[in-house]
Design a protein around this ligand. Structure first.
Ligand SMILES: NC(=O)C1=CN([C@@H]2O[C@H](COP(=O)(O)OP(=O)(O)OC[C@H]3O[C@@H](n4cnc5c(N)ncnc54)[C@H](OP(=O)(O)O)[C@@H]3O)[C@@H](O)[C@H]2O)C=CC1
Ligand SMILES: N[C@@H](C=O)C(=O)O
Length: 265
């Protein structure tokens, strides 16, 4: 098989579906995973028709600890290995104290443990092949303290940023590029799933929002170029730069005053 393969998690919607299309448009075969297999099948067919690449659909619930191993075993059964990995699946699990531990634990499994496991399992071959691309979809929220009600979400995204930066340093000499992508407000199903759509729409101007294709394109370019961190969009870049320069107490009081506008509680 000549073409490289990109595995995209959370490919049934939003930024993940956009990543699958972008990798396919650059000649990658794509393996799509998420829970909604009907969505994945439709996207797979569309990508096959548009780009003429091979598509594999591997439905899985990443909240199940067995899922990463099963996804990679599914690929192996097709004789395929991962050349590019996009750890994208994610959602906001809601307030830390307001939701059951099981829900917070599931979010940790989806957005953190499965990311580490998939990465850990695919990296050795990438290093051996002297080629690999890994994008971890973090968030602008990972560069800030989490607003009350967004505690674990922001913390997992902070983790992903540092995790990606370390992997970038460890692996760039081996031809393996690792990037953390930090989107701001992005049109997708994210805010419908979290139940915050109305509140967030009312609290934010339209110019702060980006399309999923635009955001994924920035992620693709960053990982190709070997940049460890990518913030899509000028307004988000300005926010990220301001946060870097501000004293920590200012950031905390900014989040304390404004954070409630963007969450469901
Ligand atoms: N939209 C935004 O404003 C921002 C989003 N992000 C991040 O971008 C990433 C993609 O989100 P986005 O596209 O916006 O949101 P969407 O809700 O549109 O997509 C989320 C994807 O994650 C998948 N997913 C959720 N739970 C699971 C699970 N248990 N197992 C497997 N897959 C799962 C969903 O698939 P399915 O339901 O079929 O399983 C879906 O494909 C997330 O990590 C999010 O945190 C970061 C910053 C801003
Ligand atoms: N920007 C989103 C997440 O990363 C949000 O609205 O919380």
């Amino acid at each position: 098989m000549d073409r490289k393969l990109a595995l995209v998690t959370g490919a049934s919607a939003g930024i993940g579906a956009a990543f699958a299309r972008i990798f396919a448009s650059h000649g990658y075969d794509v393996a799509l995973t998420a829970r909604r297999s009907d969505r994945l099948e439709r996207l797979a067919e569309d990508i096959r028709l548009r780009h003429g690449v091979e598509t594999l659909v591997l439905p899985a619930d990443l909240a199940r600890p067995e899922a990463p191993g099963e996804i990679l075993a599914g690929l192996e059964a097709h004789g395929r290995a991962v050349d590019a990995l996009v750890n994208n699946a994610g959602y906001s699990p809601g307030g830390f104290t307001e939701t059951a531990w099981e829900e917070q634990q599931a979010a940790l499994q989806v957005m953190l443990v499965s990311v580490c496991e998939l990465t850990h399992r695919v990296l050795p071959r990438m290093v051996e092949e002297r080629f690999g691309r890994i994008v971890n979809v973090a968030s602008l929220a990972g560069l800030l303290p989490g607003a009350a009600g967004n505690t674990l979400y922001a913390a997992t995204k902070s983790f992903l940023i540092r995790f990606s930066q370390s992997l970038h340093l460890e692996n760039q000499a081996h031809g393996v590029h690792v990037s953390a992508l930090c989107p701001g407000f992005t049109y997708s199903e994210f805010h419908d799933v979290s139940g915050a759509r109305e509140r967030v729409t009312a609290a934010t101007p339209e110019w702060l929002w980006q399309g999923a294709d635009e955001v994924a394109a920035v992620g693709y370019e960053a990982v190709e170029a070997g940049r460890a961190l990518a913030v899509p969009g000028a307004p988000n870049k300005a926010i990220a730069a301001a946060v870097r320069l501000m004293p920590e107490e200012w950031t905390l009081s900014l989040v304390a005053n404004q954070g409630g506008r963007f969450r469901k509680l």
